[in-house]
Design a protein around this ligand. Structure first.
Ligand code: FE2
Ligand code: FE2
Length: 172
């Protein structure tokens, strides 16, 4: 069964959302690198690539279903943040927004009786639970660190080491 028009449009919108997240995380990574937080920079860059992966997952799905991919413009992300806490608060808020848009996709799939899309979206629902959890933890630990340089440096090192372990490689 081909994708319905509303479903196809909503999936194309979601591709844009995922690339928007990709761009935002990449911009945040550049900011952290420039602010001497290489660990957070690495973590954010790896997040960016995950978002790119999400976009491509939907990109492939639309095509697998015989639909048309129509890429949209990606909004320009911020490139400066007053503090790490503000940066990670924005990341968390963005993840919440993405969760809401996945929920909207789910509702459209239900309205269209598109059970294939339902199954496809399951993965994203689970992924968003993880994404919201991780970004909320970042915000909470940064709030505890306040503006103590020692604590921030320690968290930076930790974020870098965690990313290295997840990527399966050692520190570069
Ligand atoms: Fe995503
Ligand atoms: Fe995400």
């Amino acid at each position: 069964m081909p994708l319905s028009k509303p479903m196809q449009e909503a999936l194309n919108d979601q591709i844009r959302e995922e690339f928007t997240a990709f761009y935002l995380y990449l911009s945040m990574s550049a900011h952290c690198e420039a602010s001497n937080f290489p660990g957070f920079a690495r973590w954010l860059r790896s997040q960016a690539l995950e978002e790119q992966g999400h976009a491509l997952r939907i990109f492939d799905y639309v095509q697998d279903r015989g639909g048309t991919v129509a890429l949209q413009a990606i909004p320009q992300p911020a490139h400066q943040w007053p503090a790490l806490l503000a940066l990670f608060e924005q990341a968390r808020d963005h993840e919440r927004k993405v969760t809401a848009s996945i929920h909207r996709l789910y509702e459209i799939a239900a309205a269209e009786k598109d059970y294939g899309s339902h199954a496809f979206l399951e993965w994203f629902l689970t992924e968003q639970i993880e994404e919201e959890k991780t970004s909320t933890q970042m915000v909470d630990t940064l709030r505890m660190a306040g503006d103590h340089p020692g604590a921030l440096l320690m968290l930076d090192r930790e974020a870098g080491a965690r990313t290295a372990a997840e990527e399966g490689g050692g520190a570069e």
